[in-house]
Design a protein around this ligand. Structure first.
Ligand SMILES: *[C@@H]1O[C@H](CO)[C@@H](O)[C@H](O)[C@H]1NC(C)=O
Ligand SMILES: *[C@@H]1O[C@H](CO)[C@@H](O)[C@H](O)[C@H]1NC(C)=O
Ligand SMILES: [Mg+2]
Length: 266
C-alpha cells in the first residue's frame, strides 16, 4: 500500500526537475497538491549548508533538541528528500529489525496478557501524502488542526511498511497489539477503516483521545498505559515516532523510536 504511494511521490519529485518546463510543473503541482522539492545542492541564495540539517535531525532524533515547534524552513528541502527518499524507509526497517529480534527473544507467559503498544501517526500509519502537500510543506508551515483532521477523516493514510511487518510478527507471536494515539475520539470510524485498509486488522484495544484528557501527550499516554498495567497487561514493547510516546510512566519493557523530523509533540 505505502510503497506505490511513496514511489509515486518520489518519481514526481525526481522526474519533474529533469523533464518538465516551469509552467507545467506548476500545473502539475496544483493538480497533485505536491510540493516540488528543489535540489539539495546548489540551492541558490541559501547559505545554511546541508550538514546543519543533518545535525539538526540527529539532535531531534536523540531528544537533545526538544519543543522545537516547527521544522526550520531552511531544512524543508532536506527533510522532504529524507522522507520521500530511501533513507527514511531504510531507517524504519532498521528499527523494525531490532524490534522483531527482541520480540522473538521473549519468553511469553501464554496468559494472553502481553501487549505491544503502537502509536499511530508516523508509526503505524504514514501521513506523508499529507505532509508532502504544498500547503503543509513537511511541517515548515504552521500546524492547522482543521486541515489535518480533514486528512485523517479520509482514512487514506498508508501503512509504514516496516511497522506493519513488526505488527504482523507481534501478532503471530501471540503478543496483542494495542494502538494508543492522540487522534481525537470523534475520528474513531475513520481510523478503524484506515487501519483495516492499511493491513492492520486485529487489535486488543484502540485507545483514542477523549475530550477531557490532559493536553500533554506524555501525561495522556502515561495515564492510558497505567490503566493497561492496572488491568493486568504487561507492556513488553512500545513503539512511537515521538519521544512523548516513549517516556513517562509504564513505558514498557522496551521502547523503539522510528524517525520523524517533521514535527514535535510534547
Ligand atoms: C486551516 O485549514 C482550513 C481547511 O483547509 C482552512 O479553511 C483555514 O483557512 C486554515 N487556517 C489557517 C489559519 O490557515
Ligand atoms: C517487563 O516489565 C514488567 C513490569 O516492570 C516486569 O515485571 C517483567 O519482569 C519484565 N519482563 C521482562 C521480560 O523483562
Ligand atoms: Mg506519532
Amino acid at each position: 500500500m505505502a510503497k506505490p504511494v511513496l514511489l509515486f511521490l518520489l518519481s514526481l519529485v525526481v522526474t519533474s526537475h529533469a523533464t518538465c518546463p516551469r509552467d507545467s510543473n506548476n500545473v502539475r503541482n496544483q493538480e497533485n497538491q505536491i510540493h516540488l522539492l528543489r535540489p539539495i545542492t546548489g540551492a541558490a541564495g541559501r547559505n545554511i549548508p546541508e550538514i546543519d540539517c543533518l545535525s539538526w535531525r540527529l539532535a531531534v532524533e536523540t531528544y537533545n533538541l526538544r519543543n522545537w515547534g516547527m521544522l526550520p524552513s531552511s531544512c524543508e528541502d532536506y527533510v522532504g528528500h529524507y522522507m520521500l527518499g530511501k533513507q527514511y524507509r531504510k531507517d524504519c526497517e532498521a528499527v523494525a529489525d531490532v524490534a522483531i529480534e527482541y520480540a522473538k527473544s521473549l519468553k511469553l507467559s501464554g496468559n494472553g496478557k502481553e501487549i505491544w503498544v503502537f502509536d499511530i501517526d508516523e508509526t503505524t500509519l504514514s501521513n506523508l501524502p499529507y505532509y508532502a502537500r504544498s500547503d503543509v510543506q513537511f511541517g515548515a508551515l504552521p500546524y492547522n488542526a482543521t486541515r489535518f483532521d480533514e486528512w485523517v477523516a479520509t482514512g487514506d493514510a498508508p501503512a509504514v511498511p516496516a511497522v506493519l511487518r513488526l505488527y504482523k510478527t507481534v501478532l503471530a507471536l501471540g503478543i496483542k497489539p494495542v494502538f494508543l494515539s492522540g487522534t481525537k475520539e470523534k475520528l474513531r470510524q475513520s481510523r478503524i477503516s484506515n487501519l483495516n485498509k492499511a493491513g492492520y486488522r486485529k487489535w486488543e484495544k484502540l485507545i483514542l483521545k477523549g475530550q477531557n484528557e490532559p493536553h500533554s501527550s506524555v501525561e495522556y499516554k502515561s495515564n492510558k498505559r497505567t490503566e493497561l498495567v492496572e488491568a493486568g497487561y504487561i507492556i513488553v514493547g512500545n513503539i512511537g515516532d515521538q519521544w512523548s510516546d516513549l517516556i513517562g510512566t509504564n513505558v514498557g519493557n522496551r521502547t523503539f523510536k522510528v524517525p520523524d523530523p517533521m514535527y514535535f509533540i510534547s
